[in-house]
Ligand binder design. Structure first.
Ligand code: PLP
Length: 394
């Protein structure tokens, strides 16, 4: 088969591969506990589902403008204003099928081949994958456990060159659950302003913070002009399968991203866009979001406590998202080896930290988007399986 060379540069998300392996084991009759998947295990709040059904019945089944309906773009602009103090016009909003296209379009629209993209390592693998795919040079900045998995501004500054076009931030962070502090964001903003660099701020977990409140870098002085906020409905409202996301960015860039939408998906599904307005404006949906967050909080505490009770494992308390990223270096197994071992020996599906980049080696990622019962069962099975590994103290 003759294929384009660039396909060799396109990465993937291991979560989907591990899911396929876990499903294959299940098909053979194995009982698997899924702690690998990054999607809320809750139902979409009823007012949103009801609004989508009503929209379908009312005939909302046709194309919309590529960047989204003006009603939804207006609702999103107002939402980011009151939610994170980012003043935006509806023309600065682009609605997409899921938040992911915004990541893809940002590199496509802002970075030439050979120019540089700085991304967090460990980090969501799609940033590097799409930048590699489009021929950009990818420059990792490590997020270290010693620094609570936050980006170190000095390391960021050292990574910047005259060819840097885009810095990717993700707070709250997948896979570590870290949340950037105001001083971190101020330091990044200073570098971006000084060196005229775009910031792609992936804020998809902004409503899953357990202490304090989310700060968007776009709300800092001079940053709205150079920030692309990527956000969406998947995580906040348990709507992963609806495929609905949005970007907020300077108007001129939004017009180009609208054209990228015309050239790719045409538009996000019309009835989902209709339902996305009450999702932001109906107080009942926010009550549901608060209840989900509370339950995630409970699970986080149980998971972190349980992990820290396993000999050879230590885990920081994540401040956001629904992931824990324990250090497993003392177990004497590599991350992938341990992930394979836990799947085959304990029936516990988790992800290798190394699948989020080289600085994730020595860690594994748990998603606590599963019931408390399954989390506790997974911990017990893991503890038993780990007790059979001879501990090699480092
Ligand atoms: N960004 C991060 C950090 C994620 O973890 C995910 C999903 O796992 C996404 C973006 C994409 O979300 P979606 O396309 O479902 O909106």
């Amino acid at each position: 088969m003759r294929l384009a060379d660039r396909l060799a540069r396109l990465g993937t998300e291991t979560a989907f591969e591990v899911l396929a392996r876990a499903r294959a084991l299940e098909a053979k009759g194995r009982d698997i506990i899924h702690l690998q998947i990054g999607e809320p295990d809750f139902e979409t709040p009823a007012p949103i589902t009801e609004a989508a059904i009503a929209a379908l019945r009312a005939g909302s089944t046709h194309y919309t403008p590529s960047p989204g309906t003006m009603a939804l773009r207006t609702a999103i602009a107002e939402f980011v204003g009151r939610d994170r103090g980012v003043k935006a016009n509806p023309t600065q909003v682009v609605v997409t099928p899921g938040g992911k296209p915004i990541l893809y379009f940002s590199v496509l629209a802002c970075v030439n081949e050979g120019e540089e993209v700085i991304y967090p390592n460990p980090g969501y693998p799609i940033y590097k994958s799409v930048a590699d795919f489009f021929g950009a040079k990818t420059v990792p900045v490590p997020l270290r456990e010693e620094n609570d998995f936050c980006l170190d501004p000095a390391e960021l500054r050292a990574a910047v060159t005259p060819k840097t076009r885009l810095i990717v931030l993700n707070s709250p962070h997948n896979p570590t659950g870290s949340v950037l502090r105001r001083e971190d964001l101020e330091a990044v903003a200073e570098i971006a302003r000084e060196r005229d660099i775009w910031v792609l701020s992936d804020e998809i977990y902004s409503h899953l913070i357990y202490e304090g409140k989310h700060i968007s870098i776009a709300s800092l002085p001079g940053m709205a002009d150079r920030t692309i906020i990527a956000d969406g409905y998947s995580k906040t409202f348990a709507m992963t399968g609806w495929r609905l996301g949005f970007g907020v960015m300077p108007e001129e860039l939004a017009a180009h991203m609208g054209r990228l939408m015309t050239n790719t998906a045409s538009c996000a599904a019309s009835f989902t866009q209709d339902a996305a307005i009450p999702a932001l404006n109906d107080p009942r949906t926010w009550e549901a979001v608060a209840a989900m967050r509370e339950e995630f909080h409970r699970r986080r505490d149980a998971l972190v406590k349980g992990l820290n009770e396993i000999e050879g494992v230590s885990c920081l308390t994540p401040r956001g998202a629904f992931y824990a990223f324990p250090n497993i270096k003392k177990l004497g197994m590599g991350s992938q080896e341990l992930a394979d071992y836990l799947l085959s020996e304990a029936g516990v599906a988790i992800l290798s930290g190394a699948s989020f980049g080289s600085f994730g080696e020595g860690y594994i990622r748990f998603s606590y988007a599963n019931s408390m019962e399954n989390i506790e069962r997974g911990l017990r099975l893991m503890r038993e399986a780990v007790s059979r590994i001879p501990i090699r103290s480092s």
